[in-house]
Write a protein that binds this ligand. Structure first.
Ligand SMILES: *[C@@H]1O[C@H](CO)[C@@H](O)[C@H](O)[C@H]1NC(C)=O
Ligand SMILES: *[C@@H]1O[C@H](CO)[C@@H](O)[C@H](O)[C@H]1NC(C)=O
Ligand SMILES: *[C@@H]1O[C@H](CO)[C@@H](O)[C@H](O)[C@H]1NC(C)=O
Ligand SMILES: *[C@@H]1O[C@H](CO)[C@@H](O)[C@H](O)[C@H]1NC(C)=O
Ligand SMILES: *[C@@H]1O[C@H](CO)[C@@H](O)[C@H](O)[C@H]1NC(C)=O
Ligand SMILES: *[C@@H]1O[C@H](CO)[C@@H](O)[C@H](O)[C@H]1NC(C)=O
Ligand SMILES: *[C@@H]1O[C@H](CO)[C@@H](O)[C@H](O)[C@H]1NC(C)=O
Ligand SMILES: *[C@@H]1O[C@H](CO)[C@@H](O)[C@H](O)[C@H]1NC(C)=O
Ligand SMILES: *[C@@H]1O[C@H](CO)[C@@H](O)[C@H](O)[C@H]1NC(C)=O
Length: 787
């Protein structure tokens, strides 16, 4: 090792030590098999009800941890219990925590380092607050429907990009000894009817069933979960919905056959909150932990005493219970949580319960109203950086951006100022009613995070404009902007910045793909008066921009949900102290109908308990694969697209080399199986090399992308015309050229053969194309990988 590397390592260890505290274990993760041995030894000393306590949220405990879910302590053996918390963009329902960028923003960075660092910072806050288990990251929903209420929590509809974001996030979170939870497994693509409902006559109407064929599951929806398991995720959370007819948490095909056998997942499957619907069925299908168990507000849960009864009756074997308990304890030992993990901050529970039940509730008083531990550290800096890096420049005419020396600004839109409702309490799962005035930097539901700090766009821009000795005119009320009373402005600003927003939340799907609060009319009114209108959007992903081609909208920035430093992040990009370097992790369609399959919506009077069926007939053809397959519809802005303040060119010479030849078409079983599946699937088989040059006069970040086309002739129907299988984010100085090498794993060149139940590299020539977006392909090559 070079001296420099040793120095860096020493620095890394010192930093790690200061973060983890003196009591932290010196070495983790330990290998899975060693952790399994420790877990087995631990479980062997427990009686049945103690084992059941490990797999049932706070079973039998009158005093639970101040967490959204908890596993009770077993004092007899010195086990302090487990604290679980949302997830996935920071520590939910707490104070003194950071609001990190949402998953979709993270994906838009296409930056592995930032993905990892965010995961690590989230992990640090969990650890400092005494939360053992982070309920994230999420790659389900993927975003089959643009309107999906939770899409913003995940990393977008491309499995390769989402898989890399899962891997980096999990490595980051777990690097500080906090467990990650990959969720929601599986097919939780729509919020509408995600849980069962009761018909007026009292009968139960079952939750939506996502009906997905085996190949689509493997190549699309399960793909990023395989990355999560390969990365060592402690836990996988099963979902509310049904999958192919079975409730997700009771589906042995996906929980046991695929997750535990095929993908060799050694951790535990946890149910989403109240998603467990039976005792024997779920335990035998592969569910290992019921949440929140005894802490349920509904009053009904299925493990606990019922599971003891099932074990006594022999309908669930003692072996299976031992397996469940061992799986729960394995990541705990693997990540060294048995060695000096901080105790949960009691304020978290207080904030949570007070919020849910109100100050008067006796429950609110269970935890003392102690001041919250402030665990934010210097994380604001990284949040600011990531927020800027996840901002996508979609349009920039006449070099309007960066703003450089302009001094006269119009500031428009209700997404600029601090939220009028403030940050004094949390609006949980709200549908944005009442949230009209104020900036939006994270969505709603269990994935929201309470603001301890928030820098609004108004605050940051005002500071910037003051420093330039400039002036601002403003109008925040969208209805005033939209309705025609806004007819003149004096003096006409050099540039108008219009901030739009679109809210999304768990529990309900978005009503449409539009920006809210009369956004389209607000753009038109502003652009009528202001020939240089820059539109900045805060939204959950797929949106419509019917105004994109307005002649006076000279620039558009899609800033997603960037977290608490939102104002600083956007100011950095607007004035060019940071290059816009985000790329769309989804496509922006011209119309809602162009995007793909609709959400299933049935009238509220359905009486057939099995009425809610969502057939994924499009197979893998979602987002850009859908646009590729339908030549007649083109997106407004395509997957992978994003401008920069400089320009790039790509060489025409895409060199593809098969590094491991000859290959067997079928993945080789001789190398064994490890978390993530057959080891052979993860070996590098091919590399592709291309040159990228910065042709402009400023430095900037290029994101060269590699797409692979498996031959249509030698694969079954339904093979996408091309799929993303490589990307790199590179910083290039003006004039600089770099050679980019993409490394492709066996999995990247294979399709899932449903008859063989195997990944297979097809015969014939495989197409490779490098470019700057899914539509901007600059260099191609064709190679027969099988020789
Ligand atoms: C199991 O151990 C717990 C103490 O952790 C004890 O309270 C309980 O009675 C034991 N159950 C049985 C069946 O022995
Ligand atoms: C949870 O367990 C405690 C202690 O045994 C008990 O008092 C409480 O009723 C249980 N809650 C539910 C919902 O079963
Ligand atoms: C997963 O992330 C870790 C941490 O950044 C990295 O070292 C590793 O190469 C990644 N693995 C894959 C398969 O991308
Ligand atoms: C549904 O679950 C049952 C029991 O867990 C299992 O036998 C069956 O194969 C599953 N069906 C499907 C379609 O996955
Ligand atoms: C700003 O700079 C540009 C070129 O850098 C120049 O053309 C323009 O006149 C300047 N504007 C002001 C108001 O100084
Ligand atoms: C603005 O939107 C609200 C609903 O969001 C609607 O009631 C109102 O009529 C709209 N105003 C205009 C001018 O479109
Ligand atoms: C663009 O701005 C010019 C100059 O202010 C104005 O005359 C024109 O009508 C505007 N165009 C639109 C589409 O609003
Ligand atoms: C359900 O309501 C719809 C209107 O929403 C009506 O057309 C339909 O006839 C009703 N069906 C039943 C079975 O009542
Ligand atoms: C393409 O690149 C390869 C490897 O870098 C090189 O050997 C080859 O000569 C190049 N071909 C052309 C036409 O530039």
């Amino acid at each position: 090792m070079h001296n420099l590397a040793i120095q860096k390592l020493a620095l890394f260890i010192t930093t790690l030590h200061s973060v983890l505290g003196a009591d932290a274990p010196s070495k983790f993760p330990i290998p899975w098999d060693e952790a399994v041995v420790k877990a087995k030894t631990f479980v062997a000393q427990l009686n049945t009800s103690e084992k059941v306590g490990l797999v049932t949220g706070s079973y039998g405990s009158s005093r639970t941890l101040p967490c959204v879910g908890s596993i009770a302590a077993i004092e007899r053996v010195g086990f302090n219990g487990l604290c679980l918390s949302d997830g996935p963009a920071g520590l939910g329902r707490s104070d003194g925590v950071s609001v990190f960028a949402s998953g979709i923003t993270v994906a838009a960075t296409w930056d592995r380092r930032l993905m990892y660092e965010r995961g690590r910072a989230i992990g640090e806050e969990f650890r400092a607050k005494g939360a053992h288990i982070h309920l994230g990251p999420s790659c389900g929903p993927m975003g089959r429907h643009g309107r999906g209420g939770r899409n913003w929590e995940s990393f977008g509809p491309d499995p390769y990009l989402a898989g890399i974001a899962m891997n980096e996030t999990i490595f980051g979170v777990q690097s500080v000894g906090v467990q990650a939870t990959a969720k929601h497994y599986l097919g939780n693509e729509q919020e509408t009817q995600r849980v069962a409902t009761t018909a007026p006559d009292g009968s139960v109407i079952d939750a939506i069933s996502a009906n997905i064929d085996d190949r689509t599951l493997h190549e699309l929806y399960i793909w990023p979960f395989a990355d999560a398991i390969h990365a060592g995720t402690a836990s996988v959370m099963c979902a509310y919905n049904r999958i192919n007819g079975n409730y997700s948490c009771a589906d042995s095909d996906t929980l046991t056959t695929i997750l535990k056998d095929e993908l060799a997942f050694p951790g535990y499957v946890m149910s989403d909150w109240d998603a467990t619907k039976s005792t024997v069925g779920t335990a035998n299908a592969g569910l290992d932990m019921e949440m929140p168990g005894n802490q349920t507000i509904s009053g009904t849960y299925y493990f606990g005493d019922s599971l003891i009864g099932a074990v006594e009756a022999g309908t669930v074997t003692l072996d299976r219970l031992d397996d469940m308990a061992t799986r729960v304890m394995t990541p705990y030992f693997r990540l060294g949580q048995d060695d000096g993990f901080p105790t949960p901050d009691p304020s978290s529970g207080g904030v949570f319960l007070t919020y849910i039940y109100g100050h008067e509730s006796p429950l609110a008083g269970i935890y003392p109203a102690v001041p919250a531990l402030d665990v934010r550290g210097d994380h604001a800096q990284g949040i600011r950086e990531l927020g800027a890096a996840g901002t996508v420049l979609l349009k920039n005419l006449n070099g309007i951006l960066p703003l450089r020396n302009k001094t006269s600004f119009g500031l428009f839109g209700n997404d600029l100022p601090d939220p009028a409702l403030g940050s004094a309490y949390l609006v949980y799962g709200d549908d944005a009613t009442g949230n009209e005035m104020g900036t939006l930097n994270i969505g709603g539901g269990s994935g929201t995070v309470r603001h301890t700090s928030l820098v609004s766009p108004l605050e940051a821009i005002r500071k910037k404009v003051q420093s330039l000795d400039g002036r601002m005119q403003w109008l925040f009320d969208n209805n005033e902007i939209a309705d025609g009373r806004f007819r003149s402005i004096y003096p006409v600003p050099e540039v108008c910045l219009l901030f739009l927003k679109a809210f999304a939340t768990e529990g309900i799907d978005r009503p449409d793909l539009d920006f809210q609060w009369n956004a389209t009319r607000a753009v038109e009114s502003t652009a009528r008066l202001c020939p240089d209108t820059v539109v900045i959007t805060h939204g959950p992903g797929v949106v419509l921009m019917p105004w994109a081609n307005n002649e006076n909208v000279t620039a558009i920035l899609a800033a997603h949900y960037p977290g608490e430093e939102t104002g600083n992040s956007i100011t950095d990009v607007l004035w060019g102290s940071v290059e816009p370097s985000g790329r769309l992790p989804y496509s922006i369609p011209r119309t809602a109908a162009d995007y793909g399959p609709p959400i299933v919506e049935l009238p509220s009077n359905v009486t057939d308990s099995n009425a809610w069926q969502s057939n994924f007939v499009e197979g893998q053809l979602i987002d850009y694969r859908h646009f590729d397959a339908n030549n007649d519809i083109t997106p407004l802005y395509e997957f992978g697209f994003g401008l920069s303040y400089t320009t790039f060119k790509m060489g025409h010479n895409l060199t593809v080399e098969v590094v491991k030849s000859p290959l067997d078409p079928k993945a080789d079983k001789r190398h064994g199986i490890a978390p993530g599946g057959l080891v052979d699937l993860w070996s590098i088989t091919t590399t592709a090399t291309i040159d990228v040059t910065n042709t402009g006069s400023r430095s900037g970040f290029a994101v060269p992308q590699l797409y692979v086309s498996l031959p249509q002739e030698t694969t079954p129907r339904g093979t996408p015309l091309k799929v993303l299988r490589g990307f790199e984010k590179v910083h290039l100085a003006a004039g600089e050229t770099q050679t980019i090498t993409f490394s492709l794993k066996r999995r990247d060149l294979s399709y899932w053969d449903v008859n063989e139940k195997s990944w297979i590299i097809p015969d014939g020539t495989i197409g490779f194309a490098a470019g700057f977006s899914s539509k901007d392909l600059r260099a191609k090559a064709e190679v027969a990988v099988l020789l």
